[in-house]
Design a protein around this ligand. Structure first.
Ligand code: DHB
Ligand code: FE
Length: 280
């Protein structure tokens, strides 16, 4: 049967792709941020997942504002990155697993998560940069990857509670797949940031640190906030943090915290990393 080994969360700042592509990761500005990924990289090398499910939001590359699915699952065997900022060369394409994706889609719909299924999907910085920060640069990626997009861009955005439930449904979906697959879930985005309007530049370190702690140990805490309250506290783009709850819901309730890191500001964001592991 497929098994969930654990989960990793990470911000997905576009400037990270530029820092990696231009060898800036050891410069003073970036060093502490990238140091936060060391234990996560080591954990991934130790547990060696066959496939990662990357929960992220599309930022207008694959879906534009005219058509925005609340939840969309990649059901392809290959996913291409496209240049959507910084003038960077797209990274190598990612191998998916369409058969596994269709199983997930079927199980999620049976569990009343009526997701959009995508047989073609371009992936942006939300998907690519956490993988680059966690696996380095490759011409052929050492792991398969499946995109699971959550709308955090255009109102109405799903609630934190809904994201936690999606994670729990995803857990059931994965664990009912008959093939022996080792799966890790990445939750990306956040933490606090706002890129627009009068409050552009907002970062809330106190709230971020509480989110990191509570998502690890008491994820229901986050579901008491409305999306408006989260945006008030964490900025409009800080709402991306709800995607960490999809990762958390997919793990065992008592999954073990292996690593956490926080760094602010980096680019416009308060950035965090969590690594959590399921018991065998
Ligand atoms: C930044 C962060 C994001 O999550 C994003 O999608 C775009 C920009 C930033 O910090 O600059
Ligand atoms: Fe983002």
């Amino acid at each position: 049967m497929a098994r969930i080994l654990g989960g990793v969360t990470s911000s997905h700042i576009p400037a990270v792709g530029n820092a990696i592509a231009n060898n800036l990761t050891q410069e003073h500005y970036w060093k502490r941020f990238f140091d936060g990924y060391g234990p996560a990289q080591e954990w991934l090398q130790k547990v060696k997942p066959d496939i990662v499910i990357v929960v992220y939001n599309d930022h207008g590359l694959n879906f534009f504002l005219d058509k925005v699915p609340t939840f969309a699952l990649g059901c392809a065997d290959m996913y291409h990155n496209a240049d959507e900022g910084w003038g960077l060369k797209p990274v190598a394409p990612f191998q998916g697993d369409a058969e596994f994706s269709w199983h997930l889609a079927e199980s999620l719909v049976e569990q009343e998560f009526d997701i959009c299924t995508c047989q073609e999907m371009l992936v942006d910085h939300g998907f690519v940069n956490p993988i680059r920060a966690l696996y380095g640069t490759h011409e052929k990626w050492p792991v398969k990857a499946i995109p699971l997009a959550v709308n955090t861009v255009q109102h109405p955005v799903p609630t934190a509670a809904r994201c936690l439930k999606l994670g729990r449904a995803l857990r059931k979906a994965i664990e009912s797949y008959p093939e022996d697959l080792k799966v890790v879930i990445f939750g990306t985005g956040g933490l606090s940031h706002q890129l627009q309007g009068e409050r552009a530049g907002l970062i809330n370190i106190e709230f971020d640190l509480e989110c990191v702690e509570k998502i690890a140990h008491e994820p229901e805490w986050m579901t008491k906030f409305t999306n408006a309250e989260i945006m008030e506290l964490a900025g409009t783009e800080g709402i991306e943090t709800i995607m960490w709850l999809v990762m958390r819901g997919a793990l065992q309730d008592d999954a073990k915290l292996i690593h956490k890191h926080y760094h602010a500001p980096i680019s416009n964001t308060g950035a965090g990393v969590l690594v959590m592991e399921n018991a065998a």
